[in-house]
Design a protein around this ligand. Structure first.
Ligand code: HEM
Length: 355
């Protein structure tokens, strides 16, 4: 884009390049255009120093084409269409010292491809673009304008990702909707109402119920199952009452007619002490024999559960039900003696007989 100015318009000393075929023929610069040297800095061009009148220092090269002179004035520098180099008009460019022509370079037109999910359309688009890319030459050494488009269309030519379908087995099934944990007091009911945007409303009757408090969540829910065999203790037979009874030194909890020292109890002796026929119930635990009769009304599990171990070793039953209970701390005052074998018991009885 050379900004040309008529030759007359400049009155200062400037260096210009004159391109005019007619000037070369007639030796007169009848018409010419001053091109800015910035446009063609590397080309050798005849320079004209203008003082008051332009004077050509070096004659321009002679063209090979003959063209009749015109009658125009030598200083006529009117802008005309013949400002174009003559080789353009006649097509002869070999012997003519030409100046590189400045062509208006149109910006590369990037075609925005249209992407379709349909593979046929994508293939067509790709083919069209590839043809266009082949047809378009590289202009002025610039980068290929079609490269990004081609890359983009190569990506577009890839098959579209598979659309998720309900029957696709490669996808994980959606997680189940969260459920509220059913509580003991609110039995779970089948959900027949359609699942809407909002949770279902509570029953009209329960709307008057106060909201549950934090303390209610910590409360032990009432048990409706028969898994617990906890017995209802009579008044005056609480654990605190048992503790008060055992703290009395004259409680006589071991039983009547027993020596103050520990008794050697054989298995046969233990078996007789089963709580029937007016006899106390004895049980053994870890080699020691206890009279459990005074503890029967205090047993939280009830009389029947406690007497299951009467007349035998109840360590297994005890550990199955409540291994956390401290046996000795509760029944320490009920200790009768130690469990011995039948032979030891027989020998002891023989020694007693000798005395
Ligand atoms: C001989 C066999 C025994 C059986 C079969 C038995 C059974 C039971 C049962 C069924 C319960 C109720 C558990 C519940 O609340 O769900 C219970 C509670 C209890 N029993 Fe026994 N019991 C036995 C011996 C004993 C003995 C010898 C003692 C005392 C040393 C004892 C002290 C307790 C205590 C303190 C509880 C309350 C436990 C708690 O509340 O966590 N039991 N027992």
């Amino acid at each position: 884009m050379c900004s040309c100015r008529p030759l007359r318009s400049s009155n200062t000393l400037l260096t210009f390049t004159i391109y005019n075929l007619r000037t070369a023929q007639n030796g007169l610069a009848r018409s010419g255009y001053i091109h800015c040297d910035r446009m063609f800095p590397t080309l050798p061009s005849p320079s004209v120093q203008l003082a008051s009148e332009p004077s050509i220092s070096q004659p321009p090269p002679k063209p090979t084409l003959e063209e009749p002179p015109t009658d125009r004035a030598p200083d006529d520098a009117t802008v005309k269409d013949d400002s174009k180099p003559l080789e353009e008009k006649d097509g002869n460019t070999e012997d003519f010292q030409t100046t590189p022509k400045a062509f208006a370079s149109s910006p590369p037109s990037l075609e925005v491809p249209t992407l379709h999910l349909n593979s046929d359309k994508a293939d067509k688009t790709t083919t069209t673009t590839e043809n266009q890319a082949d047809k378009k030459p590289i202009q002025n050494g610039s980068a290929k304008p079609s490269e990004p488009v081609a890359i983009a269309l190569n990506n577009a030519a890839m098959p579209p990702p598979p659309q998720p379908t309900a029957s696709s087995s490669s996808l994980m099934p959606p997680p189940p909707p969260p459920r509220l944990r059913p509580t003991m007091s609110q039995p779970q009911q089948p959900q027949t109402a359609p699942v809407g945007r909002y949770p279902p409303r509570p029953n009209p009757g329960s709307s008057l119920r106060p909201p549950p408090s934090a303390a209610a969540s910590l409360r032990v829910p009432p048990s409706t199952s028969n898994s617990s065999k906890r017995a209802v203790l009579e008044p005056g037979y609480s654990p605190l009452d048992w503790a008060a009874l055992t703290s009395n030194p004259k409680n006589n909890l071991r039983g009547a007619n027993l020596p103050p020292t520990l008794v050697k109890v054989t298995p046969s002796m233990l078996k007789v002490q089963n709580g029937r026929k007016g006899r106390d119930a004895w049980t053994s635990y870890q080699g020691k024999v206890y009279n459990i009769t005074p503890y029967v009304p205090f047993h939280p599990g009830g009389k029947g559960e406690l007497l299951r171990g009467a007349g035998k070793d109840s360590a297994k039953l005890f550990m199955e039900v409540h291994p956390w209970v401290n046996w000795d701390a509760i029944l320490g005052e009920c200790l009768v003696g130690i469990l011995v074998s039948e032979n030891d018991g027989a020998a002891e009885n023989a020694l007693d007989a000798m005395d």
